[in-house]
Write a new protein. Structure first.
Length: 337
């Protein structure tokens, strides 16, 4: 089935810009997940097939150790967007990022007039902030979208590209169990798997790299759970003081793992994992079991965040009780609970 007519047309426009460019910038979004990292690395390998010079920067966050075995990860430049010289690039391809804040949260992001920008994304909350935007919310992972785009571009599938695309698809779909997964996803995975020598190792090296302090974090999060709205919503919270006591860097915490686990409770329809990453700055991860009834992207969107119907994120600059009450009251109003 492949890409739609609209995606094919946009892909052709983007390819024309790539062919005109000499030096191309790519990045990982803050607190990168494998879909962000896999998208950037796979795109770098694809661009090099066109003879282009492509640079991937790590972005705001320290690069996760558990992703260092992804093909191409050793070439990522240890800089965020505000630290690079934009004049060294003539094209910035922004992947898996719904808002300009996902380029950098460390200051105001301004693009040089000489730097063309292209966004390729799968978040329905994408604001269309780039010069050219290819946004396809029907795709459950950005790496699956790139798979179709690469086919349009005639990219030769290599073991490196296949591994990076696969790991992004595997994680962003929750191991192929989230909404949006269909026969196209499995067809893409089937094709990618032909080029990957050891899929279990690719997954296990990522999943079996936890640290004792993160187990402690998860224990603290799960022991703090409160339920709201008649048991529909469950919320966990870990304060900054606990992170400091445990020697955990806030940037390394992945709240999505906690909220995903919370969602396994039968009667909880919305799972929320929150952590205080700076004094009175709360990072939230939302998961929904019934995304049509409880679309969490609408909830986070009302509060300045974004994401997907079943998985979304948000940062609030408020003390915890105020932030929690705002989330609960907004959900109550939005979902008529």
């Amino acid at each position: 089935m492949g890409a739609s007519k609209e995606i094919k047309e946009k892909a052709a426009i983007i390819l024309a810009e790539i062919k005109k460019a000499k030096s191309i910038l790519l990045h990982c979004h803050p607190s990168p997940d494998p879909d962000s990292v896999g998208s950037a690395l796979a795109m770098k390998f694809a661009l090099e097939q066109f003879g282009k010079e492509a640079t991937v920067i790590k972005g705001d966050s320290d690069f996760p150790d558990e992703f260092r075995h992804f093909p191409g990860a050793n070439g990522i430049v240890e800089k965020n967007f505000l630290e690079i010289d934009q004049s060294q690039f003539d094209l910035f391809i922004i992947l898996d990022s719904a808002r300009i804040e996902m380029v950098s949260r460390r200051g105001e992001v301004r693009f040089s007039p000489s730097l063309k920008t292209i966004a390729i994304d799968h978040h329905q909350s994408n604001s269309g902030f780039a010069g050219t935007n290819l946004v396809a919310p029907s795709y459950p992972a950005n790496c699956q979208l790139l798979y179709d785009i690469f086919k349009e571009w005639g990219i030769k599938m290599t073991p490196e590209i296949a591994a990076d695309l696969f790991i992004g698809m595997y994680t962003d779909t929750g191991a192929f169990k989230y909404g949006g997964v269909d026969h196209r996803t499995y067809e893409a995975v089937s094709e990618l798997s032909k080029h990957i020598a050891d899929i279990p190792s690719l997954i296990l090296k990522m999943e079996n790299s936890n640290k004792p302090e993160f187990i402690a974090f998860e224990g603290k999060a799960l022991s703090s759970i409160e339920t709201f709205l008649g048991g529909v919503m469950a919320i966990s919270f870990v304060p900054l003081a606990f992170l400091k006591e445990s020697g955990i860097e806030p940037a390394q915490v992945r709240t999505s793992e906690v909220s995903s686990f919370m969602l396994t409770v039968k009667d909880w329809k919305i799972a929320v994992s929150a952590v205080e990453i700076e004094p009175d700055i709360i990072k939230f991860s939302f998961r929904s079991k019934d995304a049509d009834r409880f679309d969490v992207s609408k909830l986070t969107g009302q509060l300045g965040g974004g994401g997907h119907k079943a998985a979304a994120g948000l940062i609030l600059k408020k003390p915890w009780p105020e932030a929690r009450d705002l989330v609960v009251s907004t959900a109550k109003s939005l979902y008529n609970l």
